[in-house]
Design a protein. Structure first.
Length: 465
């Protein structure tokens, strides 16, 4: 029995939809989008048209054409060769490693609101953020080492918490709107995005980034009970649900929180806290903060688990030390890859919170993860066009692409355009960054260094073979 067949098939349609929702919905994405005010609703639609819809089609098409462990890693590798497949997977994996501390910060700071305002003074505490974040990190890692049959419940509980959270948020915000009016002024001109505001434009990259995640499920296709049958349904359902939830969530934030006061890291928990004061519903703040923490933990667990399959797949191909491709003899999980990932995130988290404000560390890590994340997407959409034009791999399950060669180019170019724009915007510091020069230096040097490490590892592959 080879390493791939040792992985247990534990994911059904329900699990996959919940996994996708837990993977994609980032509550911090709502707070990033809300910086635009009402015009963010227009930007959500633009990002959905130019990125979410093409991404959905791309994932469905390529998963059918080039199935197997590694997902998009195989798509790119089969189209452009070993180095490009490795670079796409390496950047994708790194983007998550860099991003994980920001998710843990969101959980830690949001958890403070569960107890009202008596613990909010810890929001900038190095010790609080570090200890709670590391505890959550290793709880998630160890549970996933025991297997998807255990680990998937964090994801499922997280996804269900998101459903409850959005329902509660929508009801409370609608009541607030009907009784007290909106905290943001409602006027036709407020819905028109200001594309000249370079202090806000970087947040559009975050909006596009917020729709990423559907491709992650393809990495786990060999652990699905019937991948070819359920993938299309899961992607379509997930995309519709995600767009609806993001729109409802942003609307609710803008109704409840005054302009210019939406916190980037803990904005959703802050929203429930303010609604508690405005509506007098004492249960709302603690319950909302608890749902935020659980929902974000589900997001983290889904990414932590799926992302570990990349070094596992690369390890199997011997581009990284083969030990990363080792499967636990009892639990059937890529446990070495999970543990290595946990160690790297721990180190990065401690470095990030040392000697700087948590919000500035958050912004730097978030933008760096956006930059690294979209490099693989350039590859994915180029591979999407390549496989369809060259008719390589298996057959597509989408008649749109098998019968209309121009549709591939239209969706591919749409997505590539917004991805390139997002990459440019990601290296522009937002208005929450104080030292712009330091931001440019760190994001350029660290990103180049990380990609360079990948190049060195690839060149050393003969050692592992």
């Amino acid at each position: 029995m080879n390493l791939v067949t040792k992985l247990k098939k534990a994911l059904g349609l329900r699990d996959l939809v919940l996994l996708n929702v837990a993977t994609i919905i980032g509550l911090s994405s709502l707070t990033q989008a809300a910086q635009f005010g009402w015009s963010s609703l227009v930007l959500w639609i633009l990002a959905a048209v130019f990125f979410l819809i093409p991404s959905s089609f791309m994932v469905i098409d390529l998963n059918a054409r080039v199935p197997g462990i590694g997902g998009f890693y195989l798509w790119v590798k089969s189209a452009f060769g070993e180095w490009h497949g490795f670079l796409a997977a390496w950047c994708y994996w790194l983007s998550a490693i860099v991003w994980f501390p920001t998710v843990l910060f969101t959980i830690a700071l949001s958890a403070l609101y569960i107890f009202g305002d008596q613990w909010l003074h810890l929001k900038d505490s190095f010790w609080f953020a570090s200890i709670l974040s590391l505890s959550l990190l290793w709880f998630t890692v160890l549970l996933n080492v025991y297997g998807l049959k255990f680990g998937k419940w964090i994801q499922n509980i997280g996804a269900l918490s998101l459903w409850l959270l959005f329902a509660l948020l929508a009801i409370a915000s609608l009541y607030q709107l009907l009784t007290n009016g909106s905290s943001h002024e409602v006027a036709p001109d407020k819905f028109i995005p200001d594309f000249t505001d370079f202090g806000l434009l970087p947040f559009f990259a975050a909006i596009t980034f917020s729709f990423g995640g559907l491709e992650l499920s393809s990495v786990m296709s060999t652990e699905m009970k019937d991948a070819k049958k359920i993938m299309t349904k899961a992607v379509v359902l997930s995309a519709l649900l995600v767009l609806a939830l993001y729109t409802i969530g942003t609307f609710s934030l803008l109704v409840a929180i005054p302009e210019g006061q939406v916190g980037i890291i803990d904005g959703i928990a802050q929203n429930f806290y303010l609604l508690t004061e405005q509506l007098g519903w004492s249960f709302l703040g603690p319950l909302g903060a608890l749902l935020v923490a659980l929902g974000t933990l589900g997001l983290f667990a889904a990414w932590m688990n799926g992302n570990a399959r990349l070094p596992f797949a690369i390890g199997i191909d011997n581009y990284l030390p083969p030990i990363l491709g080792k499967v636990h003899p009892k639990f059937g999980t890529p446990y070495i890859a999970l543990l290595v990932q946990g160690v790297l995130v721990s180190i990065l988290l401690l470095i990030a919170v040392s000697g700087t404000k948590i919000q500035e560390a958050y912004s730097l890590l978030y933008d760096m993860s956006v930059l690294l994340y979209f490099i693989p997407f350039l590859y994915m959409f180029c591979a999407f066009i390549w496989h369809n034009v060259k008719k390589t791999g298996g057959s597509s399950v989408l008649p749109l692409f098998s019968k209309n060669k121009y549709a591939v180019w239209v969706f591919g170019i749409m997505a590539l355009s917004v991805i390139l724009l997002s990459i440019v915007l990601a290296v522009i510091p937002s208005n929450v960054v104080g030292d712009k020069g330091s931001f440019y230096f760190k994001i350029s040097i660290v990103t180049t260094l990380l990609i360079g490490i990948g190049l060195v590892l690839f060149k050393l592959k003969k050692i592992y073979r």
